[in-house]
Ligand binder design. Structure first.
Ligand SMILES: C[S@@+](CC[C@H](N)C(=O)[O-])C[C@H]1O[C@@H](n2cnc3c(N)ncnc32)[C@H](O)[C@@H]1O
Length: 264
């Protein structure tokens, strides 16, 4: 099957099937996969797209992560958790700012439960966030297993679930939902998905972030591109930390200044 062929490469083998199928869809219209040359091009282009949506976040040192996990002494071991955060491009660009990000968030709301969508390695920011019930959703099985190994090692509550956000109609109630650097990827797959996702969330706040520089600290990318997003939400406060801009949000039009009534 062509799906298996795409996932043959090691960097993709842990990816959720439904997610890969969703990425494949537009290319199925473009190529006839029963014609060998076209099939080859199909596989190449789908893999390239997957690399943009997912693979680019993996760094070569990823294999060493379990060695570091073994060295983590307590759930709030900042020194070793920082080493893990540096292995994922997203958290590597953020790890110096966690203290400020979470201190700011804590001035706005209580945080007992968090749901982190497309979480990557963000659970390793717990030493700065605090010992909260941490739920996550991630399409990469290896990353999911690794994050759950951290939770299990220290008997922390919560869990990271292996799955594609597009496949869920309902989510558990939490205090805060994190959407860190994921929405533009979701929109690239399905325009208008963010609006539908926000309606399904059951929480007090959503903390959303976007990159302000292209991947790996490249050129500055303008915040003007986020107009579509700002039309969907009421922003309680905007902050910029490093190369990322954060919007603490409640739903647009909600009468409850801190509630998400319209999201339920
Ligand atoms: C740019 S990274 C951000 C990681 C993390 N949110 C952070 O900022 O540290 C995007 C993450 O979303 C995950 N992801 C992409 N599409 C997804 C989907 N459809 N469902 C769940 N996770 C997804 C990727 O595997 C990747 O770990």
């Amino acid at each position: 099957m062509v799906l298996e062929e795409i996932k043959e490469k090691k960097e993709y083998h842990g990816l959720n099937d439904n997610f890969v199928r969703r990425v494949m869809k537009p290319y199925e219209l473009k190529y006839n996969i029963y014609e060998p040359k076209q099939r080859k091009r199909f596989v190449k282009e789908v893999r390239a797209k997957l690399r943009i949506l997912y693979g680019a976040f993996l760094l070569p040192t990823n294999k060493k992560r379990y060695d570091i996990l073994n060295k983590i002494k307590t759930w709030d071991d900042k020194e070793n958790c920082e080493k893990v955060l540096k292995m994922h491009l997203s958290t590597r660009e953020r790890f110096r700012h966690y203290d400020k990000i979470y201190s700011w968030l804590k001035t706005k709301t209580k945080i007992h439960t968090v749901f982190d969508i497309g979480c990557g390695f963000n659970i390793f920011s717990m030493p700065w966030l605090g010992n909260v019930h941490y739920y996550g959703l991630e399409i990469n099985k290896d990353d999911v297993d690794f994050c759950n190994a951290f939770l299990n090692k220290f008997k922390l509550t919560g869990a990271i679930r292996y799955g594609d956000v597009f496949d869920f109609d309902k989510f558990m109630r939490v205090d805060v939902v994190f959407l860190f650097k994921v929405l533009e990827g979701f929109e690239a797959l399905e325009r208008g998905f963010t609006e539908r996702l926000l309606k399904k969330l059951d929480c007090d706040y959503v903390l959303v972030s976007f990159a302000t520089r292209s991947l790996g600290g490249g050129k500055i990318i303008s915040e003007k591109r986020l107009k579509w997003f700002l039309e969907l939400v009421d922003v309680v406060e905007r902050k910029k930390f490093g190369d990322e801009v954060y919007f603490l949000c409640k739903k647009k039009g909600s009468t409850d200044s801190f509630g998400f009534k319209g999201f339920v």
